[in-house]
Each structure stands twice: as C-alpha cells, then as structure tokens.
Write a protein that binds this ligand. Structure first.
Ligand SMILES: C[S@@+](CC[C@H](N)C(=O)[O-])C[C@H]1O[C@@H](n2cnc3c(N)ncnc32)[C@H](O)[C@@H]1O
Length: 265
C-alpha cells in the first residue's frame, strides 16, 4: 500500500492561500481563444513534432499505466466502448485511446503523417486516421461518436470555439466528451491559446453542450495535476444539451472527481 507523502506543517498552512491566490490570478486572466492558423502551423506544430520525436515518456510503459489511471479516474472502464466509436481529437504520436478495447478509434491528428513513422507510434492501428486539425469537421461522423476524447490538446489548437463546435456535432445523442487541457497564464509558441474556466464554459453553452463533470487536476490518482504546465489541468465531461434542457440519458463517469485546485480532493 502506498500513501501520499505528508506535507510539512508550514506547507499545509501556506498551501490554501497559495491556491486561492492562483485562483484569483486565473480569474483575472484574459482568455485567448483563437490565433491565426498560419502562426499555429508555422510555430506551434514544428515544435510539437520535435517534442514528440524526442519524448521518452510516450515510448515507455508509463504512458500506458498513466493513461489507464487517467481514464479510470474519470470512471471510464476499458470495456465501456466495445463496438462503439471513440474519436481521439489531437491523438498525438501514440494512442491513449488504445485503452478502450474493441472500440473503433477515429484518430484526428494534424501531424499524423509525421508521427506514424516514429518507431513507437501505433497510430496505424486506429480504425480511421485523419491528418487534419480538430477545427476541420469530418461530416461522415456527424452525430455518430459515442465518446470524444481530447487530452492535452485544446490549448495547442488555433481556434477553440471551432473545435468545440465540431465536438458538439460529432456527439451521438447519448455520446459524451472528455476534454482535459492545461490552463496557462500566458500563451507561448507551443501553446497559442489561453483557455480560462469561465471562457470555455461560455463556449460550451454557446455550442449546445452541457457540463456533467468538471474538475482541476487528477486528485491523488496521478502523480501530477497538469499535463505539462501549471497551475492545473481543467477537465470537463460534456454532453449535448437536450432540447428540453435536460441531459440525454446514458451511462457516464460515475465520479464527480476533484475540484480542488491543489489536486487533493
Ligand atoms: C501534447 S500532445 C497530446 C497528444 C495526445 N492527446 C496525448 O495525450 O498523448 C498535443 C497534440 O495536439 C495536437 N494538436 C495541435 N493542434 C491541434 C489542432 N488544431 N487540432 C487537433 N490536434 C492538434 C498536436 O499535434 C499534438 O499531437
């Protein structure tokens, strides 16, 4: 049995104030929800490619172990999507969604052609692989996707509202989306977008999506609370809003997950 390391008394006293201050700071941030596609293509994506080419974590078994822990954290089991369609938006060089046994994986990855030749890549095992950004819509999957997964991607995109519009259009009536991405205090070349909690919830509403789960970080299930950048990853599970205003029925993550920015809840 492993237990989380106990924090020192001074850290336990200071920590709540620290996180409160970070929350205020995030609340004051100006969101940055879109940039020119050319800037994304010329700056962010070349950096992304070289990052994946040299990334050791994705080559290792830890990638599988961590991905399993992450999906489990959201109450998603490996057999939940057998025979169903899972769209992995921003799939990267190795499929996290390989976790879903027997699912038809539709991988959307703008760098797919460059990634699939890397020696550790399993992108070619996807049911379909599309070398396009999430801002481009695949009409053949309209209202046919049971689960949209997007992990550590949305802050890397160039048009957040356009991606979310597509997510809403992909979802089958009982489908759901798991979106997890880092909040940044400023944009940088690899992360052109600053997506704040308030701004993204407004976009979700506008695109007809209802939030069924929201949290920050991953509690104690994972040894980190962000994907690559502090202060934390924001996690959302979404469904299409039913016309009546109530969510469609169906199975979904059973856990509400942590909402503590320190990732401890
Ligand atoms: C940090 S990686 C995460 C990859 C994968 N989801 C994972 O968790 O391992 C970010 C990925 O987002 C992709 N990406 C960047 N902009 C995108 C866009 N506009 N649409 C879809 N994917 C995008 C990148 O090419 C890269 O593969």
């Amino acid at each position: 049995v492993t237990t989380a390391p106990r924090r020192s008394l001074p850290r336990r006293i200071v920590s709540p104030f620290y996180w409160k201050a970070r929350e205020w700071h995030i609340g004051l941030l100006r969101p940055h929800l879109s940039v020119q596609r050319a800037a994304w293509a010329d700056e962010a994506q070349p950096g992304e490619l070289s990052f994946h080419e040299s990334d050791q974590w994705r080559r290792s078994d830890d990638f599988v172990v961590d991905s399993r822990a992450m999906f489990g954290h959201f109450g998603l089991g490996p057999h939940d999507y057998e025979g169903k369609v899972v769209l992995d938006l921003g799939a990267g060089s190795r499929l996290r969604t390989a976790y879903f046994e027997g699912a038809r994986i539709v991988a959307v990855e703008p760098l797919a052609e460059q990634f699939r030749v890397l020696d550790f890549s399993d992108l070619d095992t996807a049911y379909e692989l599309h070398a396009v950004p999430g801002e481009e819509f695949l009409p053949q999957w309209e209202h046919k996707v049971d689960l949209v997964v997007s992990i550590n991607v949305l802050d890397h995109c160039y048009d957040f509202p356009a991606v979310i519009d597509n997510v809403a259009r992909y979802l089958a009536p009982d489908g759901q989306a798991l979106l997890s991405f880092d909040v940044h205090s400023h944009a940088d070349p690899l992360h052109p977008l600053v997506i704040t909690p308030r701004a993204c919830r407004a976009v979700f509403r506008d695109k007809g999506l209802e939030v069924t789960h929201q949290s920050k970080g991953f509690g104690t299930d994972l040894p980190y609370r962000w994907h690559g950048h502090p202060p934390y990853a924001l996690n959302y599970v979404l469904r299409r809003r039913a016309a009546s205003g109530s969510a469609p029925s169906g199975s979904g993550p059973s856990r509400s997950g942590p909402s503590d920015p320190a990732g401890g809840g």
